[in-house]
Design a protein. Structure first.
Length: 344
């Protein structure tokens, strides 16, 4: 290991305030980049793209070369976990993810932890290569989906508008639903610990659909599983900070800040920043929260919004990011202009 100065992202996650703040973007590797679209044609499908270390390493590095972000995020997907548990997962061009949906508690018996690390071995290989390839100042982020968000895809069989099947299952039969969540806690914690051992220096947990639950269910299906995963990860890897993204949790972000044990919280686009600085920042570094659609729209509004986020969150530990993933129609030059404002 080198004895170089700690990376900016790690400094902020241990509570330092840095100006300008470190910056990376959710989905920073992806279809808005022409070099990504070219690379993507080299794999027959998206999952094999994720599981081919040569391609996944290259996709991870592309946005680092182009923009010099302070962190690289592993190129992969949250749906590798259902795949590794034995569920059929595929991606249809232009349609997003598809899964052979779980329909009844009996279907849970077909899921197994047995080949988890075997199926995910290429991801660990990718992380090892990345930790050797990245510039000394760039932090490496590993990630996984949170149990609820992953369970929603497993039950809905893909993306959903109202999550009626997955929420309905949880309300009608909380016992078997909790069996699925517990299995995902187990798999996700083990996966994240292996990622840290393979070279990830920070871990982010994406609960993209936390915002669909009432308060008590949010606590049971999102906060408690996240807290358990953070507890296990920190016990195994005490130096690896965790960033949690309970997207849409609104005022309940307070409970995630106080109780999850995460070192960072990723703010969605809707959260009021003065409230977040006052209520959440004493407990965790805050990451966010430029509207990805504003970024794609471009113009002076982006610079104003960057200044506003820096002014409101910059008094404490902050990481500049979007409030959700970058959208494919974003002009790469807009990202460069945004970065000038973040680093000014
Ligand atoms: O951030 C990064 O650059 C790392 C890579 C990354 C991907 N997916 C690559 C990807 C990350 C961190 C994810 C996380 C992910 N995947 C989430 C949580 C974050 C969020 O956006 O809410 C979710 C819900 C998924 C599931 C998923 N994967 C969906 C719904 C889709 C289809 C939507 C789309 O953008 O096409 C994917 C496919 C996917 N994952 C793509 C990429 C680059 C596009 C597929 C392609 O390039 O062929």
């Amino acid at each position: 290991m080198s004895d170089a100065a700690p990376k900016k992202l790690l400094r902020v996650l241990s509570g330092e305030t840095l100006d300008p703040p470190p910056v990376w973007l959710m989905r920073q590797a992806g279809r808005y980049l022409p070099e990504y679209r070219a690379l993507r044609t080299e794999a027959p499908n998206f999952l094999s793209f994720c599981f081919t270390p040569d391609l996944a390493v290259e996709a991870t590095l592309q946005p680092i070369r182009r923009y010099g972000f302070d962190a690289a995020i592993l190129f992969c997907d949250i749906l590798v976990i259902p795949h590794a548990l034995g569920q059929k997962v595929w991606f249809e061009e232009g349609q997003g993810p598809k899964l052979e949906a779980l329909q009844s508690p009996a279907d849970l018996d077909r899921l197994s932890l047995e080949n988890l690390h075997g199926a995910l071995a290429p991801v660990y290989e990718t992380l090892g290569r990345l930790s050797r390839a990245l510039p000394g100042e760039t932090a490496l982020i590993g990630f996984a989906g949170a149990p609820w968000t992953v369970a929603s895809y497993m039950i809905e069989g893909g993306s959903s508008r109202d999550f009626a099947k997955a929420k309905g299952w949880a309300y009608r039969d909380p016992e078997s639903f909790s069996g699925l969540i517990d299995l995902l806690v187990e798999a996700t914690a083990a996966y994240l610990i292996r990622q840290a051992e393979a070279g990830a220096e920070v871990l982010q947990i994406f609960d993209s659909w936390a915002g669909v639950w009432p308060e008590a269910a949010l606590r049971r299906w999102c906060l408690e599983p996240a807290r358990e995963i953070v507890r296990r990860v920190r016990a195994a890897c005490p130096d690896c900070p965790v960033i949690l993204f309970p997207r849409g949790a609104g005022l309940n972000y307070t409970d995630f800040a106080r109780e999850s044990g995460a070192q960072g919280l990723s703010l969605d686009t809707t959260l009021p920043l003065e409230w977040a600085a006052k209520t959440l920042q004493p407990h965790a570094a805050l990451q966010g929260n430029l509207d990805p659609i504003l970024l794609a729209s471009g113009g002076a509004g982006v610079t104003d919004a960057v200044r506003n986020i820096r002014a409101k969150l910059g008094g404490g530990p902050m990481i500049f990011n979007l409030g959700h993933g970058i959208v494919p129609h974003t002009d790469p030059d807009e990202v460069a202009r945004m970065l000038e404002a973040v680093r000014a």
